[in-house]
Every structure is written in C-alpha cells, then in structure tokens.
Write a protein that binds this ligand. Structure first.
Ligand SMILES: CC(C)(COP(=O)(O)OP(=O)(O)OC[C@H]1O[C@@H](n2cnc3c(N)ncnc32)[C@H](O)[C@@H]1OP(=O)(O)O)[C@@H](O)C(=O)NCCC(=O)NCCS
Length: 371
C-alpha cells in the first residue's frame, strides 16, 4: 500500500498549541489570537505569548523586556567571529555560524532543563538582531553599533543596522514585520527544528537546523527572490512582459503560492496595507504600484492558464515594505529569522515537553543497478 503524500502535504506530524492555521478561510492565530489583532502589540509581548502561552501582564512584561534588552549585547568573541566571516557570505550562513559559537559559551551549555532552554530561547531572541546588524556593518567597513535599551525590538534593530534612530513609521513597520514573521505552524524550518529537538539534541542545534532550512528559495529565501524580482521589473510597464516570460519559461514567481493557503495569505493582507502606507510617504518609488499590478496580472494569467489563482504570500508584500525601508536585499531572509526565532524556540520547548523521536519511513524503490 502506498500512503505517501509527496512533500508530506496535509500530513499531520505533530500536535501544537502554538499556532492555528486555516488555509481555506485564510486564518492565522498565535495561541488563539488572530495575527491581525496582534498588530498593536510589541514583538516583545508577542514573543512572550509564543514562548509562554499567554500575553504578559504589566509586571511580567517589564521583567521580560529587561531580560531581553540586557541580553542584546554580543561579547567580543562573537564580534571577532563576525569579522573573520567571508564578507561575501550569505547573512544566513553567518547567523548559523554565530549561533553555533554562542552555544558553546552559554552558561547553561550542558543544561537541557526546561528553565535552561527557556533562558537560551530568550537569549537567542535578544541576540539575533545584533548579530545580523553587526555583520552587515562589518562587511560595509563600519563598526557595529551597540544596542539601545530604550528602543523596542524592531526599532533597535534598525538603529543598530543604520546607526541612526528610525522614524516612528519605520520602527512601527519593522515591529509588525517581526510579529508577522514570528510563527507559522509546521512550516519547513520549524519542522526541521522540531526534528532536531526530537532527538533530544540541544536547542541551539535545533535552531541552527531552522536557520539552514529557512534559507531555501522555496521558503524564507523567497523574500530575497521577491526583492530581486521587483528590481528586475523596475517599472509598472514591464509587469505584463515579466509575467509572460515567467509563464513561457515555467519559472516560479517569487512570493506567490503557498502549500497551505488556498486563499489570500492573511499575513500578506496585513503587509499589503503596511506597504501601501509606506508608499504614501515615498511618492518617488513605485514599488507598491508595481506589486499591485503584478498581483493583478499573475491572477489574470494563472486563471487563464489553469483556472486557479496563485495568491501572494507573506514574502511578496514584505519584500515591497523592505524596498521602502531600504533594507538591503541580502539581509531579507535573515530578518525573517529575527522574527521566526520566537516560533522556532517555542516549538522546540513544546517538542521537549512531550517528546517522541520524529522518525518517518521511506519507501524503497526496487531497481536493477547497472555496473
Ligand atoms: C511555496 C510553494 C513551494 C508551494 O508549493 P506547493 O504547495 O508544493 O505547490 P506546487 O509546487 O505543487 O505547485 C502547484 C501548482 O502551482 C504552480 N505554482 C505554485 N507557486 C507558483 C509560483 N510562485 N509561480 C508560478 N507557479 C506556481 C506550480 O507550477 C504548480 O502548477 P501545476 O499544477 O500546473 O504544475 C510554491 O508556491 C512556490 O514555489 N512559490 C514560490 C516561492 C515562495 O514564494 N515561497 C515562499 C512561501 S511562504
């Protein structure tokens, strides 16, 4: 009997209390709260919600923020590692290397208890933005900027990246970006993290598995693909030709399609509004107009071709927002990881709590091997 589902499509592999997704109705909820309703919270509150299962009260939030902000700084050893990394390296590879280094010096290195794993999770959430910003500054011949404990998670990242405090709108968009990227059920990178955790390996190793998996162009790497695509299209007049060429060459359009959503990705809907807001502030660049036209043409052409709509996913309008924020394209996937680390670590904690080794089977295909 062959009960395979290629790509494990629709297969239920684990039970989770972290995210609920309805791909038909286009619903995403973190711990029971619709993601659109979390837009007025901070990333710090949302990461607490994911990790601990509830939104913190005032005093819990204050303690959590203090811990997170105290953990942002990198020790000089990490900065030295960043300085010797290949300047042409993908930021995701550098993030992976930095996490690997950090893990070896963690005060809880040999402790895999729930408390130690929660502490390690919080430290990773705190340090990821500092690592990515510091690496970007080093490869551009600039000194890393120390974190500013007065700034929220998103604003502080932009500050460490650019060396100047972001505007209120820029800070707000980055905060929302991190919230929207924070969690998405059993996506490929979260599954990879959970598989590693299920062997009872340590949480840093599990998160490195997630980083390596997010990098691929069919997953988090699509954000980079979508930014490059917007550059390639360049003007609203080129949209029709671009889509036609993709269809003829059977080329995938970055930032469109989704394994789970058969309707509009609810995150793309929020990002779309954010990108539109940014477009009002920047009349010179027409990224939003190009994106809107691209969405219309892709819809029209795919309905014509296969009677089905291919909707934009989270990466498409995130890419548009990044263009307005002048986020370097080479950092786009790693910024996704700054948000997603809260989801990955929450899933690892859940996996450790009720673990069974994840170990599916492969169906062997008989064939005669030629010498
Ligand atoms: C995300 C993705 C891998 C999901 O794929 P999936 O569930 O495995 O769907 P499939 O690859 O089986 O594609 C189903 C059909 O839709 C088409 N399709 C899906 N996404 C497409 C895209 N972005 N551009 C063009 N065609 C696409 C496929 O060609 C296929 O057509 P066919 O049935 O005529 O062969 C896919 O949509 C994709 O490659 N998107 C681009 C990368 C991306 O944005 N990834 C980020 C996801 S959050």
């Amino acid at each position: 009997m062959d009960n395979r589902k290629k790509g494990l499509e629709d297969v239920i592999a684990v039970e989770t209390k972290i995210a609920y997704i309805d791909g038909i109705k286009g619903i995403l909820a973190y711990r029971g709260i619709n993601v659109a309703d979390l837009m007025d919270y901070s990333y710090e509150e949302v990461s607490h919600l994911l990790l601990k299962g509830y939104l913190p009260d005032e005093s819990e939030l204050s303690d959590y923020i203090t811990t997170l902000r105290n953990e942002r700084e990198l020790d000089s050893g990490v900065i030295d590692i960043l300085r010797i990394c290949n300047k042409q390296a993908d930021a995701m590879d550098v993030l992976r290397t930095a996490v690997s280094y950090i893990s070896q010096y963690d005060a809880d290195y040999n402790d895999n208890s729930v408390d130690a794993n929660t502490r390690k999770a919080v430290k990773m959430i705190a340090k990821f933005p500092t690592i990515v910003a510091a690496f970007y500054r080093i490869i551009n011949g600039l000194e890393p900027v120390s974190p500013d404990s007065e700034l929220g998670h998103g604003a502080n990242f932009l500050y460490m990246l650019k060396g100047t405090r972001p505007t209120e709108l820029e800070a707000e968009i980055m905060e929302k970006d991190l919230i929207l990227s924070a969690e998405h059920g059993l996506n490929a990178s979260t599954f990879a993290s959970r598989i590693t955790a299920s062997t009872l390996s340590d949480i840093h190793s599990a998160i490195i598995s997630g980083i390596c998996t997010l990098k691929g162009p069919l997953h988090g790497g699509a954000r980079l693909g979508a930014m490059n695509m917007l550059d390639e299209i360049g003007s609203i007049d080129n949209v029709e030709n671009f889509v036609e060429e993709c269809i003829i060459a059977k080329k995938r359009i970055a930032g469109f399609g989704h394994r789970v959503y058969k309707t509009y990705d609810p995150r793309a809907r929020v990002y779309r509004n954010l990108a539109k807001e940014l477009s009002y502030e920047d009349a010179e660049n027409g990224w939003y107009e190009i994106a809107e036209r691209l969405e219309d043409v892709v819809n029209r052409e795919f309905v014509k071709k296969s009677a089905k709509i291919i909707y934009p996913n989270v990466d498409f309008y995130a890419a548009v927002a990044y263009k307005y924020l002048s986020i370097p394209a080479q950092l786009s996937t790693s910024i996704f990881a700054l948000g997603r680390v809260a989801g990955w670590t929450s899933h690892c904690l859940e996996q450790y709590e009720d673990n069974r080794l994840i170990r599916p089977r492969a169906k062997f295909i008989w064939r005669i091997y030629d010498k």
